[in-house]
Design a binder for this molecule. Structure first.
Ligand code: ADP
Length: 155
């Protein structure tokens, strides 16, 4: 059985993220959506709410599990016995960043990163843009795949 983790902040989880998950399920038998967070930094949505919203979204999909982690991504990948790390890229900017991390992760743990190109129709969606829209009072539901709400006034 092949297993990958799809790590990210998912703050919030957008239609772009959901598209990568859907396509990732065609490549792997099992996907762990891994919500990485920093205990020192409060995110936009509390991590518990991100997890709860993701569990609700994928409750009928036994091939997906939802976890959170605070360690290095490769350590988490090893801990759950993943064969690969799944990531998405939207642009050249994402490419350079992902290339660097993928290279370090392969050196550190021998784990491969599988990159999917963003669906062009969803490539402009980013969690940070969604947070900014929310900050200025815009409806963000057209961009979010899970229930997302603004718990504080932070961007
Ligand atoms: P991180 O903080 O680790 O970059 P994100 O939650 O922003 O986490 O993104 C997780 C993954 O999803 C990254 O690989 C990112 O490039 C990818 N991603 C984000 N938005 C999109 C999108 N609209 N289409 C495809 N992939 C995306």
């Amino acid at each position: 059985m092949s297993k990958a983790i799809f790590p990210g902040s998912f703050d919030p989880f957008t239609l772009g993220h959901a598209d990568i998950v859907e396509r990732g399920l065609r490549l792997f038998d099992h996907l762990v959506i891994a919500v990485g967070y920093n205990e020192q930094k409060q995110g936009w949505m509390p991590v518990e709410e991100r997890l709860e919203a993701l569990k609700a979204l994928y409750k009928d999909e036994p091939r997906i599990s939802i976890e959170s982690y605070t360690t290095l991504t490769v350590d988490f990948a090893r801990m759950v016995g993943a064969d690969a790390i799944l990531r998405g890229i939207r642009s050249v900017k994402d490419y350079e960043y992902e290339l660097q991390i993928a290279d370090v992760n392969r050196q550190l743990a021998g784990i491969e990163t599988v990159i999917l190109f963003a669906n062009p129709q969803l490539a402009s969606i980013s969690s940070s843009v969604v947070r900014e829209l929310a900050y200025f009072g815009h409806d963000i539901t057209p961009y979010c795949a899970t229930k997302a709400q603004k718990p504080t006034n932070d961007i």
